[in-house]
Design a protein around this ligand. Structure first.
Ligand SMILES: Cc1cc2nc3c(=O)[nH]c(=O)nc-3n(C[C@H](O)[C@H](O)[C@H](O)COP(=O)(O)O)c2cc1C
Length: 222
């Protein structure tokens, strides 16, 4: 199969694009409306885009409560959605009306953030506290204007990590069991068993060849 995205003649019942850009991390995003109503929703068009300064992005299909709140109040948090919290994460994606607090809907406790006003998910092992930087409106198909995407970029101004997941000075990401989004209604989960390390290639002095140190991580962050 080899198809054009203009004609979308893939012949399948569902567009395969999201099943190919995988695995996608899930930003479990909380915001506050101008009236102070808390909102929580998962976004898998989400990623880190820079670590100096640390920045994240997420993309909203049309104007949802999260985007509307951000325009009003300019701050958000991204909690890590984990295997343990998969049902709550899913429930928080329900398209309920704007005055509904999805923390309550999903049976989740909020925890106060330190640097921004929206709370994080208390049971989530890590959360990023973010300030809105810029929103970029993406091109859209005039036949499907409801799917016009806005990409929100945020500066990470605070980071919460549950100390139970810090081991030997490193975050034990696998132990958090973060969820990843695939296509359709499929997900995957990162586990300690699925994490592996590779040393980066060491380039020879003449810059023309490289070798990879074998074995465990040699401690060099190349
Ligand atoms: C795992 C998961 C990932 C999602 N990712 C996105 C996304 O990247 N962009 C989007 O617009 N909606 C996404 N959704 C749907 C939103 O979560 C859903 O529309 C939600 O009601 C939006 O909430 P809000 O109106 O409170 O912002 C996702 C849903 C799930 C379950």
């Amino acid at each position: 199969m080899h198809y054009s995205t203009e004609t979308r003649d893939h012949g399948m019942r569902h567009d395969p694009f999201k099943a190919l850009v995988v695995p996608r991390p899930i930003g479990w995003i909380s915001t506050l409306s101008a009236d102070g109503v808390v909102n929580l929703a998962p976004y898998s068009f989400f990623n880190g885009v820079s670590d100096s300064p640390p920045m994240v992005m997420f993309a909203s299909a049309g104007t949802k409560d999260t985007l509307r709140n951000l325009r009003e109040t300019g701050e958000f948090t991204c909690s890590i959605a984990t295997w343990e919290l998969r049902e709550q994460m899913n429930m928080s994606s329900a398209t309920v009306s704007a005055e509904v607090d999805e923390f309550a809907l999903a049976g989740l406790e909020p925890a106060a953030s330190r640097f921004v006003k929206p709370p994080r998910v208390a049971r989530s092992p890590a959360a990023l506290e973010c300030r809105h930087w810029k929103t970029v409106e993406l091109p859209f198909d005039p036949k499907r204007p409801q799917l016009a995407y806005s990409v929100v970029f945020g500066l990470v101004v605070g980071v919460y990590i549950d100390d139970a997941f810090v081991k030997d000075g490193r975050v034990d990401t696998g132990a958090m069991r973060p969820l990843a989004r695939l296509g359709y209604m499929d997900y995957s989960v990162l586990t300690p068993e699925s994490v592996f390390s590779l040393n980066r290639p060491q380039v020879a002095g003449d810059g023309r060849s490289a070798t990879v140190p074998g074995g465990a991580w040699d401690g060099n962050y190349r």
